[in-house]
Structures are given as C-alpha cells and as structure tokens.
Design a protein around this ligand. Structure first.
Ligand code: PBG
Length: 325
C-alpha cells in the first residue's frame, strides 16, 4: 500500500487513534526505584551529582518505600553507604550492615513492596574495586565467597531478590548455590549480565563513594564496543541460574537490550543509570528541554527496545505522572 492509498497520518489525527495504535506501554509495573541508604536518623541529604536524589537513613528509606508503594511501584533497589570501609569489605555482609538494616526495616513496616539489594563490594572495600585485590590484580575466584556472603546476609535480613553488580565470572552460579545451601532457593537473582565499563556511572560513584582508588573497572566490566560478547555474557548468567537478566547502562545500549530480548526468554531489565538521569536533570535546569517529557520519552524508548523492567531514579516522578487522574 502506498501514498495516496495509504496515509500514515490518518491514524495520528487524534489522541484516541494514537492510543489505539500505540505499540509500547509504560506502566508503573515496569519501574524499580533505587535508594541510597546511610547511617543515622532522619537523614535526607541531597546528592549534588544527582538532583532530586538523596542519601537516606533507614527511617527515611521506609518513608520513601511507602511512598513508592502508594504510587504503585512494585520494587525498590537498595544501595548501602557504610560507616567505614576495610580491606575485606566486611561491612557489606555484616548482620547489622546498612543494607541489612534497611531491608529489615522496609520489610517490617512496608512488607508489600519487593526489596532488591545490590550485591557488590565496591562501596565497602577500601580500594573501591568490585572484587578482592591481590598485588594490584582484581581477583576473580577469591571474590566469589565474599559476594555470596553479601547475598546471604541480605536474604537473611528479608530481601526479596538479590542483584549482583560486580561482573566477576561465575558469581551467579556461586551465589545461586550458596543461597540454595542456606535455604534461600526461593530468592531470585537479577544479574547485571551485560554491564559495560561506562562513564555514565560518574554521578553514582560520587553518590556511593565507590570510585576505584587505582586503575579502572576495564578488566571486569565489558568494553562498550562489544555486542556479540554481551550475548555470551548473558548466556553464562542464564546457565548459572539468573532469573532476570540486566543490561546496563540503558540509553547508549538500546541495541544490546534489543538483542538480548530477542536471544533469551527470561525477563530483561535495563538500568537507566545515574549519568543518563543527571544529564536530563541538568538540561532541564538549564531550560533546554522539558524534563518530564524527555523522561517519559526515554523510559518509553527503553521499553520499546525490549526491556520488561527499568531500574531508574525517575521511577517516582514517572509513576506520579502515570498514575495522575
Ligand atoms: C557498583 C555499581 C555501580 C552502579 C551500580 N552498582 C557503579 C559501578 O559499577 O562503578 C552504577 C549505577 C548508576 O550509575 O546509576 N558495582
């Protein structure tokens, strides 16, 4: 069918028609809201590199979790900023660690929202890498036990799902086995399956104080130039027992989201990371873009690429728009 018989504009002429032929839906069901937990009471400290985001003490995490729940958001993701770092990252899996306490409080006061925890060492270990370091080398196999301990400590505290973000080889299988051994065979793993070594994490590293003190993350996170390798990475995590596979970042990697969606039959998550968030906030502040519209367009694009769910600092703002009467 060709012009003048077919006129695409016929189905665009009013909002009813546009709604009827809309292919991609964005719903609050697709959104996961990350929070940064810190020690203290009644702390709500703005994060300069991420306007609209805060360091929250456990009491305030509970308040925000309730707000998220009331907006219809199904899940939150918790990152912890410990009171101190050490060479073994022990505060990452301590029984009274910051994430464990935040999880327990949320599950106690707001049980109906799912709590996913970030499983990684970088915020907790003095050198800031995502694994153990020996003579300047980030050690793969020696890191697995610590990562599994973190996952188990979160599950013990009541976490509904764990999300390992470290990119060590074999960690999904190792964590799966360890969780199963400890009676947590029902706890799903959302794996950061294709996580790229991206400069879009900049604002987060300031927020989480998790920059590596030497070198960079190029020996474990993926090269942004690679797409075929992403399929191999994801396939490994699927074989090791991942329940949800994640692509991160989202916007510069929409092609990867789309390929992963086509290749695998597991739920696909995309992480709309800190740099993607802060760039929009900055442009909005400058008056260069309509921040709300760019936010909705961005989230819709990530859905259109094939993501079933989106981890995004925009979750609360987008949910407010999506659920407005
Ligand atoms: C830590 C971790 C990072 C992010 C999530 N978990 C940073 C990194 O890998 O350096 C980034 C999140 C964001 O930028 O929003 N392993």
């Amino acid at each position: 069918m060709q012009f003048p018989d077919y006129r695409p504009r016929r189905m665009r002429q009013n909002s009813s028609f546009r709604r009827m032929i809309r292919e991609t839906r964005l719903s609050v069901d697709n959104l996961i809201m990350p929070f940064f937990a810190v020690n203290g009471k009644n702390v709500s400290e703005p994060i300069p590199s991420m306007p609209g985001q805060y360091h929250l003490s456990v009491d305030n995490i509970v308040k925000q979790a309730k707000k998220a729940k009331n907006l219809g958001i199904p899940a939150i993701l918790l990152f912890g900023i410990p009171e101190s770092k050490n060479p073994l990252g022990t505060r990452a899996y301590a029984k009274d660690g910051i994430v464990a306490r935040a999880v327990a409080a949320v599950k106690n006061k707001c049980p109906d929202i799912a709590v996913i925890t970030d499983v990684c060492l970088c915020q907790y270990i003095d050198h800031g890498h995502c694994g153990m370091v020996d003579k300047g080398i980030i050690e793969n196999d020696a890191s697995l036990d610590l990562l599994a301990r973190i996952a188990i400590s979160h599950a013990n505290a009541g976490a509904d799902m764990v999300a390992p973000s470290d990119m060590m080889d074999g960690r999904v299988g190792f964590i799966r086995e360890s969780l199963d051994d400890q009676g947590f065979s029902h706890i799903p793993i959302m794996s950061y399956a294709a996580k790229y070594c991206s400069s879009f994490y900049g604002p987060f590293r300031e927020a989480a104080d998790s920059s590596p003190k030497f070198g960079d993350r190029r020996t474990y996170q993926m090269d942004p130039a690679n797409a075929v390798e992403a399929i191999r990475e994801v396939a490994l995590d699927v074989e090791e027992g991942a329940d949800i596979i994640m692509v991160k970042p989202a916007l510069a990697y929409l092609d990867i989201i789309s390929r992963v969606r086509e290749e695998f039959d597991l739920p696909v998550a995309a992480y709309n990371v800190s740099g993607e968030y802060s760039m929009i906030k900055a442009a909005q502040k400058m008056g260069w873009v309509d921040g709300d519209r760019v936010m909705m367009e961005t989230l819709t694009a990530i859905r259109r690429a094939g993501a079933d769910m989106i981890l995004t600092y925009f979750a609360m703002d987008a949910a407010a728009i999506l659920t407005a009467p």
